[in-house]
Write a new protein. Structure first.
Length: 143
């Protein structure tokens, strides 16, 4: 997935923050108006939205002579894809996941546990009775 530039990110923030998923979307003018303080030309915003559509980040639908735009995926889905892409950068995915898991707060760890438990239907653990630790996690870190 392509990383977003500053202006692309600002436009996506407008779409994510102000356009419900069930909405028909917003026009270029509405996006430009929502980008307060940036004083961007209408054509600049139109070009950014067109490029985002080309990248698959936004969906657009013709309404008369204008287009209506909305995000193709939620902000959370985009961030999750960025995280997955980062795991593909090289090295051991397992070791990177273990380091990530060890760096989150207790509350974030609870959220991850709940999500993984819901995904698997139950939590699978391979405990090492000698050390009282999760052997799979330790092996992944050693890679």
């Amino acid at each position: 997935m392509t990383r977003l530039g500053d202006l692309e990110r600002a436009v996506m923030d407008v779409l994510w923050d102000s356009v419900p998923a069930t909405s028909d979307g917003v026009t270029v003018r509405e996006v430009a108006d929502a980008l307060d303080g940036r004083e961007l030309a209408y054509t600049t915003v139109m070009t950014v939205l067109d490029r985002l559509a080309g990248k698959g980040m936004v969906q657009r639908q013709r309404e008369g002579r204008a287009w209506r735009y909305r995000a193709a995926a939620s902000r959370e889905a985009h961030i999750a894809q960025l995280m997955l892409d980062a795991l593909d950068l090289g090295g051991s995915r397992d070791a990177a996941l273990v380091r990530f898991a060890r760096s989150v707060t207790g509350t974030e760890a609870d959220v991850l546990r709940a999500a993984l438990g819901a995904q698997a239907g139950l939590t699978d653990r391979i405990d090492d009775p000698r050390a009282g630790r999760n052997r799979a996690a330790d092996e992944a870190t050693d890679r």
